[in-house]
Structure formats: C-alpha cells, structure tokens
Design a protein around this ligand. Structure first.
Ligand code: SF4
Length: 247
C-alpha cells in the first residue's frame, strides 16, 4: 500500500470471478472514465472522502421515523399529505438492501459484473408495485427542486436502484420520491436545534441508459489504454499546469 496502490477491488481482465461494481463507481465512470480506470483497474488509491456526518444523521433519523410506520403497516403522514397511496415496504431483506457494503445486487451475466446499490427506503402500493425513495438533506434559502444540472446524479442514482430492483424481479413504479429536508438558517437563535422543512419531490425514472453504461464500463475495464482526462476537469488542469513549473 506504500506505493499508493490497492490490491483489493481491482479489476483483473484475466479473472472469471464476478467483479463487484457499486452504483457510486458506475456514476464515477460516467463522470470521468479516466478516474474510474485509475481507481478500479489500476488500483490507485483515491483521496479519502470526509464523511458527511450531519447528512448521515438525518438519513438515520428519517429511516427510524419511516420504520415506525412500516411496523404499523400505515402510511407516514408525509405520504398522506401528498396523496400517495402506499405504505413503507416490509421485506426480510430490507436491512441488507440499505446496508452500504451490501445493498441490492444483480449479477449482469453478459459483463460478469456484480452491480449493487444501497437504498434509503422503499414504499409499496396496494397493487404490489414498489417505489424507490431517497433521502436528501441540505440547508439553502433557494427553492428545493431537482432542476440544478448537478442533481442529474441524484436522478441517475434513483434510476439505477429502479433498474436493480427490476432485474431482481420486482414491479417498480416509474415515479420514485426524494424526501428532501432543508435546515432553516433564518431562525433567530440556534439553541442546539436544527429545524427542517420537509419536501417530497417526485421523479419519473428512465433506466434505459443503465445497461449500455454497464457494458461501456466493462469495456473500459478490459482496455489496456488509460482514458483521456475530461477537458473541463479543473483538478487535472491544475495538476498539468503545476507540472509546468517543475520543468
Ligand atoms: S479529469 Fe478529473 S476526474 Fe478525470 S482523471 Fe483527471 S482529476 Fe480525475
């Protein structure tokens, strides 16, 4: 490890063992195939990610709150308020599907990739369809929407989950929901409490891009060529310009 390289979770083109790829890594491939290749094929250690501890705490509390209604088999008041005819889904594998290093998994035979993703929540309609639900936390004075360009990643996240559950034989409703909580900064005092507004944002998912992306990610892993850096990436540009000063 001293040379900055990993040996775990590194793709070996000669191996016939299924290679695990999380939905986060697939998203990394979409953002920059070069970074993806450096990480998954060459085993370059990526920079450590600082944990978003406040967001993790909010996710945890939301899960606990929805679990109360799951145990009762009743809709959460937010679902009633928005006219959603469903209840939090009860399933023996739910905790596994929510677990970061396990999640819902699917072995995609044509590529021999084992795709996975950890969901925040699942609801179920009376006719047996499941609804993918994702929790998001922020603090902004702006209107809460899914319209910002960078939120395309949120939509793809939901669509991958929809795809994974469909591959596992579930009937998945096209519309999923983001439970989006916004911490207010306009209160006169802190008093050791954050106050959140809760928003429910629907997203009509289209998972038609997932399969071709999985195939493209596999082709990238099989290649012996390092993909080009993204022209617009400021980190690679910074590195390139900084090297010019070393000459
Ligand atoms: S272009 Fe950016 S994202 Fe891609 S390899 Fe370079 S630093 Fe990573």
């Amino acid at each position: 490890m001293s040379n900055g390289k990993r040996t775990r979770n590194v793709f070996d083109p000669g191996s016939d063992k299924p290679f695990k790829l999380s939905r986060t890594k697939l998203e990394n491939f979409l953002k920059c195939p070069r970074c993806f290749y450096l990480d998954r094929r060459l085993g370059l250690k990526s920079l450590p990610q600082l944990p978003f501890t406040l967001n993790i705490a909010v996710d945890h509390l939301l899960k606990k709150e929805f679990d109360v209604y799951r145990a009762k088999g009743k809709p959460h008041p937010l679902m009633v308020e928005h006219g959603i005819k469903a209840v939090p889904f009860q399933h023996p594998n739910l905790d596994i599907w929510r677990e970061n290093f396990q999640g819902i998994q699917y072995h995609h035979q044509p590529t021999n990739l084992l795709l996975s993703g950890a969901v925040d929540d699942i609801w179920q309609t009376p006719d047996g369809q499941i609804i993918i639900v994702d929790y998001k936390a922020t603090s902004t004075e702006k209107e809460i929407t899914l319209d910002d360009a960078w939120k395309g990643g949120y939509k793809r996240q939901m669509e991958i989950y929809q795809w994974l559950f469909r591959q596992n034989g579930f009937k998945v409703q096209k519309t999923g929901y983001f439970v989006y909580v916004n911490a207010s900064k306009s209160r006169p005092t802190f008093d050791g409490h954050l106050h959140f507004d809760i928003h429910l944002l629907p997203h009509k998912g289209d998972d038609s891009w997932v399969e071709s992306t999985v195939v493209a990610a596999k082709a990238c892993l099989m290649s012996n060529l390092l993909p080009e850096p993204k022209a617009e990436c400021e980190f690679c540009a910074y590195r390139k310009h900084s090297l010019e000063y070393e000459k």
